[in-house]
Write a protein that binds this ligand. Structure first.
Ligand code: RIB
Ligand code: CA
Length: 311
């Protein structure tokens, strides 16, 4: 039984690898890709999503442009990590496939209204602006979502864009609060788990050794993307954040976590966007998210490399 998914994304090299992993996996039916402003502005994330689909020879995938700014705050982008284009590391041709006319939020709302309840999984890989806007516009769709499996937040790893917050949540904390308080079935891939999935040299060379345009692109993106994190953390590679969302759908046994309460800081300037995760159960706040803390990193990269080889 294939799982129907919508990927909501701000490509971003790691988003691009996540999209490729999904397109290489027959267990998943990608109903559409919805772009959101995040790593780079919306025109670029909407373009980059199509660049990735064409690299995978999947121009059949409908790509939609969504929200170009957070619900209430000015957009914060991350060109310092992803480069000016958002996909720096390799020059790929401009996409020929068109953007869909519909707004991404309308696509999300219409799809959830039309598909049977509990049959569509949302995979947000960037700020949660599109998802929160859809939930606010059509509250009845929340109960129809099978799962939300998202990349965002942190507890033990605390923050990457500020000392307190992870980028996706930091950019639009109000959107994150809507999603985390919606009652939707929620699985969270925070920095706690992505920082255990580093792009070591041997793992990047395994991508390059595929000897395909996809393998070459993924290795080039990773070489570019990891320079920032290696300089910052002095680590043996960079966390390949977003593909952990798709890998979880394919092999959940690679991951482990706890079902806990997670709430979002939206008022403080100092800690805005912090995911306050009650990992130790010290409050009586109701659990609302499966918060993933660990991964079999070798198993994750084996899965990723094996699937990318199919493209
Ligand atoms: O903090 C990491 C997240 O922010 C990833 O999704 C990356 O693509 C950026 O969007
Ligand atoms: Ca992302």
């Amino acid at each position: 039984m294939t799982r129907k998914i919508i990927i909501d994304t701000d490509p971003g090299q790691d988003d691009a690898v996540a999209i490729l992993l999904a397109l290489a996996s027959p267990e998943l039916e990608v109903l559409g890709i919805t772009a959101v402003a995040g790593n780079v502005p919306l025109p670029l994330t909407a373009k980059n999503a199509r660049v990735v689909c064409e690299l995978a020879d999947r121009v059949d995938i409908p790509v939609f442009a969504g929200c170009d700014a957070p619900l209430t705050r000015p957009l914060v982008t991350a060109e310092h990590v992803h480069g000016k284009t958002g996909l720096d590391g390799i020059d790929l041709p401009d996409p020929k496939m068109p953007l869909q006319d519909a707004h991404a939020v309308d696509f999300i709302v219409d799809t959830l209204r039309q598909e049977p309840a509990g049959t569509v999984t949302l995979c947000p890989l960037g700020p949660l602006t599109n998802i929160a806007t859809a939930f606010s516009r059509a509250p009845e769709i929340v109960g129809k979502v099978q799962d939300i499996v998202l990349m965002g937040g942190a507890y033990f790893q605390v923050g990457n864009i500020t000392p307190a917050a992870e980028f996706n949540i930091y950019v639009d904390p109000e959107a994150a609060e809507i999603v985390f308080k919606s009652g939707v079935s929620l699985t969270v891939k925070p920095l706690d788990v992505t920082h255990k999935a580093l792009t070591t040299r041997s793992r990047v060379e395994a991508f390059r050794a595929l000897g395909t345009p996809v393998g070459h692109a993924v290795a080039a993106w990773t070489d570019f993307f990891e320079r920032f994190d290696i300089a910052k953390y002095g680590s043996a590679g960079a966390p390949l954040h977003d593909p952990t969302v798709i890998a979880y759908l394919l092999k959940p046994e690679l991951f482990s976590g706890r079902y806990i309460n997670v709430e979002i800081e939206t008022r403080s300037d100092l800690t805005r966007g912090m995911t306050v995760a009650d990992w130790w159960g010290v409050t009586d706040r109701k659990p609302n998210a499966l918060f993933i803390g660990d991964v079999d990193a070798d198993g994750f990269y084996r899965l990723l490399t094996d699937r990318l080889a199919r493209l």
